[in-house]
Design a protein around this ligand. Structure first.
Ligand SMILES: [Zn+2]
Ligand SMILES: [Zn+2]
Length: 357
């Protein structure tokens, strides 16, 4: 007889799961493993709602395993630690992002790039073992994948940094778009884009937001501190900005042309994709050759870099703009997220609103 989510492990747990590709979330009793020697168990306080959660529950990437408990922007308070745990103690605030495991022995793991380990374990819907995410009352995780939460970083508005934050921070560092005085474009002003602006400004970089939506100009400039704003459909504006940027972080997951963005880059400029449109991009060689330009990608970040990012955020008072919601609002929140009707991230107030039945 196969084991059910409720009985496969010894410790009772409760959360919200999608049962099929309708993506509707509903309460679920399930179970988690006992606290191993290197494990940290924590009560979940807040969990961000990432756009990936919506794609995953609706099986947009054709890899869904149900029941699926999403959530990979998780913060909480430690309730139990294994005998070998050194990083944190009971009562400490901690975070877990997109990863809960990796092989720990390959070149990528050795270079603190667990995100590129071929055997890494995603926080939910993992293809390697069954994992359940942060839309749940508690988590248990190897201490290597636990982020120590800085004292002065808010828990609710800091939670989205664990995915959205590291997704934009890592490429700024890796591709060298982090030097004061540089000019970097941010395409798309959603969950990822708005924190990209904040990190770049903290690094002393001049930031231009590139968006299809002129309505976002005021917010981008006055609230987030962007230096300028480009409407991507406005040809004269785009033309005037040709060859002015050292780099661009493209956060957009909807289909859109890259050629106009490449033309905004100076020679040696870098266009970094962190959004994932379903249709392949058109990428002609000539605009890259004439200017030695580079188009690259980037996926979240390793554990060491995620800890560094979260400490940088605390130091520079960077948090996400959030709308705090109760657990039972999640299906409405998903409908609104589908329409981009959120400024800029929903965060679930798990501890105060997830009630076991
Ligand atoms: Zn995410
Ligand atoms: Zn590895």
């Amino acid at each position: 007889m196969g084991s059910s989510p409720e009985t496969e492990h010894p410790v009772k747990a409760f959360g919200y799961a999608a049962r099929d590709s309708s993506g509707v979330l509903s309460p679920i009793n399930f179970s988690r493993r006992e606290t191993g020697d290197e494990d940290v168990r924590f009560k979940v306080l807040y969990c961000g709602v990432c756009h990936s959660d919506l794609h995953s529950i609706k099986n947009d990437w054709l890899n869904a395993k149900y029941p699926m408990i999403p959530g990979h922007e998780i913060v909480g308070v430690v309730t139990e630690v294994g005998s070998k745990v050194k990083k944190v103690k009971v009562g400490d605030k901690v975070g877990v992002g997109c990863l809960v495991g990796s092989c720990r022995s390959c070149d990528q793991c050795g270079a603190d790039q667990e995100q590129y380990c071929s055997k890494n374990v995603m926080t939910y819907n993992s293809s390697i073992v069954i994992t359940y995410g942060g839309y749940s009352d508690h988590m248990v995780c190897n201490e290597h994948f636990i982020i120590s939460w800085p004292k002065d970083l808010p828990l609710d508005s800091g939670a989205p940094l664990l995915c959205a934050g590291i997704t934009v921070y890592s490429p700024m560092r890796y591709y060298g778009l982090d030097k004061p005085g540089m000019h970097v474009g941010v395409v798309g002003l959603g969950g990822l884009g708005h924190v990209a602006v904040l990190f770049l400004k903290a690094l002393g970089v001049k930031v231009t937001v590139i968006s299809t939506n002129l309505k976002k100009k005021e917010e981008a400039m006055s609230k987030l501190g962007a230096d300028s704003f480009l409407v991507s459909s406005d040809q004269p504006q785009m033309q005037a900005a040709v060859s002015t940027m050292d780099g661009i972080i493209d956060t957009v997951s909807a289909d859109h042309p890259l050629i106009p963005l490449i033309s905004l880059l100076k020679p040696n400029g870098k266009l970094v994709l962190v959004g994932a449109p379903t249709k392949p991009h058109e990428l002609p060689a000539f605009p890259l050759l004439f200017g030695r330009k580079l188009v690259g990608g980037s996926l979240i970040g390793g554990m060491k870099e995620t800890q560094e990012m979260i400490e940088f955020a605390a130091k520079h008072k960077i948090t996400a703009a959030i709308e705090l919601i109760p657990m039972d609002y999640i299906n409405t929140a998903m409908e609104r997220l589908q329409k981009s009707d959120v400024r800029y991230r929903f965060v679930i107030d798990i501890a105060n609103s997830l009630k076991s039945t």
